[in-house]
Design a protein around this ligand. Sequence first.
Ligand SMILES: N[C@@H](CCC(=O)N[C@@H](CS)C(=O)NCC(=O)O)C(=O)O
Length: 210
Amino acid sequence: MILIGQYDSPFVRRVAIAMRLYGIAFEHRPWSTFGDAEKIAPYNPLRRVPTLVLDSGEALIESTAILDYLDDLVGPEKAMIAASGPARYRALKICALSTGLADKGVSLLYERVLRKEPSKMWVERCQAQIRDVLEVLEKERAAVGSPYCFGERIGHADIAAACALRFTSEAHPQLFTEVRYPMLALHAARCESLPEFQEIAQPLAPPSGD
Ligand SMILES: N[C@@H](CCC(=O)N[C@@H](CS)C(=O)NCC(=O)O)C(=O)O
């Protein structure tokens, strides 16, 4: 399998970390969505990452759909999410809040680096969305005493949250501070100390508007 995308993307990173934790081998093509857009296009007309090219040549897109495929591959015992019931839909909600946080962080970053004059309305909206999601995630994390969101084992919700938090702290350091979100900071630190997180990391390299 070939995973396309750079590890400064919280979406690519969550997929790559899951693949490492599952022990699924893959080749990595660290193509940039802007600089290498035409290399990505034959696999994904949206020119977005992550894109996972299967051995059959078929390409999967969207981190959540890619993880769904990988979960199926490893089977329900190994899958890093409950197969059904409340534990599954709660985990999917944490994943959605985390990837939504990352979406808004990416949007806010593009607004800053790609536009000569950022839209004040859009910037304020993204900032409010980011702050409110962080507040909710902080409360959710504080309510759970276990090392990870759903017990002793790391899951997709933990990975999605940690990847989104790292991206937010690099792209918008003023929005994510340890003082304001201590439980999330603790969660991020716990995940980032794992070898898979340390190996699969890349400092943020935003596109430039030039
Ligand atoms: N919902 C997508 C989001 C992926 C995404 O936003 N990727 C960014 C890189 S961090 C990208 O491809 N940006 C280029 C673009 O949207 O044109 C997912 O979960 O895979």
